[in-house]
Design a protein around this ligand. Structure first.
Ligand SMILES: [Fe+2]
Length: 325
């Protein structure tokens, strides 16, 4: 077979990609990295959103395979997202130390590539065990005793709250979420002082945190994003017939546990932020052999994949003019 110029160049490109993938895997085993990146390799206005990874070294139906492939997919983006956010249920069911050690290996290619990762707590996480493996979150938290972060981007920030209710018995989980008083007070003061568009997020849906009024009362609040339902779920809240302002909320898919299976890309501009869904599968309560697969599972995937949810960002000037703070 003749080898023309195009075939030669595509061969070269394939070997470059293969060598880059090999080096990324090498990075996962803490080998020295051979590639250095520059700031232009990252898009500060692009954030990848993961949720409900339910990582476990032993109990999984291809959970790790999906997360690995999503991360590999993200690492092929050019430029790379500057940040990634994981909306809780990082661990399988009971926040075991081995779950977090395993999860740390799974996300290592992402952080090795220089993508900053922020992780929140879900009802299947346990703070102490998580902090054993990710101790930096104990130093960076905005609220002592909880794991609360602010993800900063040029046009809007994201406050990631800790909605985990952790009981005494670590072998049981408490499904509903809550916001403790310290977080509620901190959030109220923080939103009052915010002069930049800001999203609020947590593992649980907004109704479980009981912060709907606070969000409506915060002019710079742009939207609410959560996990927990394993469902791509675009909703809006209203505050009564007298008010025009509605507030968008978005539920994210799980990377692999059950329900909508995928991840999302959050792209921000001065005017708006658009979340785009990448969905590869649907199953409930778990995957089944192809011949037993209900037809509507594929309908969910076909309908959902590629959907977007756009949040208009509150404009600084308009808010400054009407601000009474
Ligand atoms: Fe979950």
């Amino acid at each position: 077979m003749k080898c023309n110029r195009r075939m030669f160049l595509s061969g070269l490109f394939a070997s470059f990609l293969a060598s880059r993938r090999g080096l990324a895997q090498e990075g996962a085993s803490a080998e020295p990295k051979l590639f250095t990146r520059s700031p232009s390799d990252y898009d500060p206005n692009l954030v990848v959103l993961f949720s409900d990874t339910h990582c476990s070294p032993t109990k999984s139906h291809d959970q790790s395979r999906n997360l690995r492939s999503f991360i590999a997919e993200v690492l092929r983006l050019n430029p790379l997202p500057a940040q990634a956010v994981l909306f809780g249920d990082f661990a399988y069911h009971f926040g075991l130390p081995e779950d977090y050690r395993y999860a740390a290996q799974l996300v290592k290619p992402l952080t090795d590539a220089g993508v900053k990762l922020t992780i929140g707590m879900g009802n299947h996480d346990r703070r102490e065990e998580f902090l054993e493996v990710f101790p930096d979150f104990a130093k960076s938290t905005k609220v002592p005793g909880r794991i609360v972060s602010i993800v900063e981007t040029p046009h809007a920030d994201l406050i990631l709250l800790d909605s985990l209710q952790q009981g005494v018995d670590k072998n049981k989980w408490i499904t509903p979420g809550e916001l403790n008083e310290e977080q509620r007070a901190w959030l109220t003061e923080t939103l009052r002082a915010y002069r930049k568009p800001v999203f609020v997020g947590a593992h649980h849906p907004v109704q479980e945190l009981k912060i709907e009024k606070l969000l409506f009362d915060s002019p710079m609040a742009a939207g609410y994003i959560h996990g927990h339902n394993h469902q791509w779920k675009r909703l809006w809240m209203e505050q009564g017939w007298k008010y025009k302002r509605v507030f968008r909320t978005l539920g994210l898919p799980s990377t692999s546990h059950w329900g909508d299976i995928g991840y999302s890309l959050f792209r921000l501009s001065p005017q708006a932020a658009t979340v785009t869904l990448r969905q590869i599968d649907f199953y409930y309560p778990k995957p089944v052999p192809t011949q037993e697969r209900p037809a509507d599972w594929d309908v969910h995937v076909a309908e959902n994949n590629g959907q977007t949810c756009t949040f208009q960002l509150p404009q600084r000037a308009a808010v400054a003019a009407s601000s009474e703070f």
